[in-house]
Design a protein around this ligand. Structure first.
Ligand SMILES: C[S@@+](CC[C@H](N)C(=O)[O-])C[C@H]1O[C@@H](n2cnc3c(N)ncnc32)[C@H](O)[C@@H]1O
Length: 209
């Protein structure tokens, strides 16, 4: 399952280019985004089977998955949580740079709300994952936040990711390495353990030990 797939879903693009032919559920809270994402996959002729779920991850009611992944989702999760709490229209935030910046100012004034959100997120992931299942959450430093001078947001998101890792460790999840630490040849992006959380859920035996 890919949570918060967005319009041009990077996880699905990656799967497409590696020749994936299995099954995948794409989740996004915004139905219009999902429609565009699915038609994008049709356009690139992706060969895997897709189930599109327009819902918030908090209300998903489905069988547990073997792998849960999300690309650059933590910041959106924090933003969405803040908007829901304070009755702010999510769509307006994404269309208004100033609003987004002041929203982050407010989030950073009360960071505890975001940390407790990470605890709830860990619970939610756990309930959606099979035993022995794997979580892969990539949150490399956002190009957008870099260019807008919002470095404090990048630093905060790194702390949140580490905190989430701690929450999952308390549930006996173990860090695993799924990738080679290698700089991409043609990109500015580098995925490393610092910005990609990869953890495995224990089997029942290990959970009870
Ligand atoms: C900007 S995208 C992240 C990037 C995207 N994964 C990619 O690879 O291009 C984040 C998405 O998360 C969705 N989202 C935010 N909160 C959500 C929630 N609680 N449940 C499901 N989707 C959510 C937003 O609608 C948005 O489309």
């Amino acid at each position: 399952m890919d949570i918060g797939c967005g319009v041009y879903p990077k996880v699905e693009l990656g799967l497409h280019y590696t020749g994936f032919t299995g099954e995948l559920s794409m989740v996004d809270i915004a139905p219009s985004i999902l429609v565009k994402a699915v038609s994008f996959l049709d356009y690139i002729n992706a060969k895997f089977k897709v189930t599109a779920i327009a819902n918030t991850l908090w209300e998903l009611n489905c069988k547990p998955f073997n792998i849960i992944t999300a690309n650059h989702f933590l910041d959106d999760l924090v933003i969405e949580n803040h908007c829901t709490t304070f009755g702010i229209e999510l769509r307006n935030v994404y269309h208004n740079e100033k609003l987004l910046a002041s929203l982050w100012d407010n989030i950073l004034l009360q960071p505890d709300a975001a940390y407790s959100l990470m605890d709830r997120f860990a619970e939610r992931l756990d309930s959606l994952l099979n035993n022995d299942g794997i979580i892969v959450l990539a949150d490399y430093p956002s190009y957008y936040y870099q260019t807008k001078g919002l470095l404090k947001v990048i630093v905060f998101l790194e702390k949140l990711q580490k905190y989430l890792q701690g929450s999952l460790s308390k549930k006996r999840y173990k860090n695993i390495t799924l990738f080679r630490e290698k700089k991409l040849k043609y990109g500015w992006l580098e995925i490393s353990p610092d910005n990609c959380l990869c953890m495995k859920k224990p089997c029942i035996k290990d959970r009870q030990a």
